[in-house]
Design a protein around this ligand. Sequence first.
Ligand code: AGP
Length: 607
Amino acid sequence: MCGIIGYCGPRKASDVLLTGLKRLEYRGYDSSGISVGSAEGLQIYKKEGKIQVLRDTVPESLEGNWGIGHTRWATHGGVSDVNAHPHCSCDGKIAICHNGIIENYMSLKDRLEGEGHRFLADTDSEVIAHLVESFYEGNLEAAVKLSVSLLKGTYGILVMHSDHPDEIIGARNGSPMVLGLGDGEMFIASDVSAMIAHTKQVVYFEDGEVVRLDSGGYEVTDMRNRPVDKTVDSISWELEEMEKGAYSHFMLKEIHEQIESIPRAMGGRIDEDLATAVLGGLNMSEMELLGVKRIVIIAAGTSYYAGRVAAYLLESLARIPSVTELASELRYRNPIVEEGTLYFAMSQSGETLDTLMAVRELQRKGARVLGICNVVGSTIARESDGGVYIHSGPEIAVASTKAFTSQLTAMYLFLLKMARMRHMAWPEGKRFIAGLTGLQPGIKKILENEDGIRKLAKKYHKARDFLFLGRGVNFPVAMEGALKLKEVAYIHAEGYSAAEIKHGPIALINELTPSLLIVPDDHLRDKVLSNMKEIKARKGPVIALCVEGDDEAAQIADDVFFVPKSDELFSPFLMVVPLQLFAYYCALELGRDVDQPRNLAKSVTVE
Ligand code: AGP
């Protein structure tokens, strides 16, 4: 979590830093700060609250052409002005910003305090400023290298020194960092969104690399001072994609973007003639794909639920045993990596630490791990052995929406390929493609009817608890619906298999606890209707999400939202959109901070 940015160049550094921090705000938004260097030394401003609070504090007159900035998602130490970054050395000459967690900060702090260093804040990060100060003998880069060699944990660090004008040192281990190359200016940040307004030429760093930059250039070296050759990449995202446009919130914009983002994920990846998918990025031959005996998808949060949908279908259609596992759990349970098992790491950001660490653990054991990522050049995308970019465009709202359906699209394509290599015949493949490519009108119709969802939100937003129930391929969709409601509306919600409620959760049912049931027209529909009746019999209010024409479901439920009819295989796409809208409108009714819900951050780069 946390976002960092640095700038060296001819512009007013405070403007570049504050604008960049605004774009990084999704990474953490409990406090922020900047340090700007000028002939007078380092000027530091830091404030608890959103970037706007900092913006209101920084004087217009602040001069200086190089500096660093930070937006925080607190891990160690409460949210306060003093705990906000940048942190300073005792002499006030060194300022640092840090994204990550320093696990051994207590022992380092004891040592440094013993040497006379005075600490002001209650964070792990402050030790870095004092460590650099303790090693500094005129060469800032050397002092940073000596310092980071003592750190245990994860970091993306930016360091500046008042005696080194126009110079920033960056170091990375486990936290993302990217350099932006301008014309006579340099940017460095946690991700490209902070610099896309200025440059599209970027250089990504690997763990263990240290960069020294100034307005005229940069040098990258490893910890043994060996130069590292870097390639320059181009960013394909446009600045407008990172703006809200006419929408009141990014979340609503991104829900609506699914009309385009789902087809975009299929672009150039379907072979109509052969009724299969073309996924060159997998880096696997047909023979290798044929040899896959088992699939394991690892992910967190929304990506995990997308993975659950994919595993369900891979098993039932491609007939390959498949499971999805929480990356955070897999990593620590010493998983057995068997020959013939193919792993997928699913991550919108491509930076989720739990997922990244699980990827590395699996690779250490010899596994082949493919990435399903949105952010091009992200760490998981770069470290995986191949994969598929979902191309959903930048997802800014903390609550993931369009990435979910794009992840599904990518996995449906993979599923088609694997199924066609096994049991799926050409006509079935054609039908599958028709279903997948024909989703757009259905989603459009749901969005045109979103007022129906808004009315449901008006009626139900005061509920304190909610059950989201689904079966089969829509069980993970129910869990995703519950997650959305929790994170943006702060309403407690449980996502369950409708069949499971009789084993416990039905005890929660009363007049005050609504249940939202997903009722696609599939082989489990009648079972879900029975569950619905069981809830009604206990006076539980019921919302049914069912397909057009399902009058029976509509009669049992108190309220209903109809989605267009589709092949049951594709129902997760159509069922999840109303759930996203429901969470959004409940949050709106409750006056929540929809795009930046409390306690959360978009990119979870800590354990
Ligand atoms: C979803 O709305 C979340 N905010 C969160 O659960 C997210 O999906 C999770 O942190 C995983 O992120 P990733 O896809 O970037 O790895």
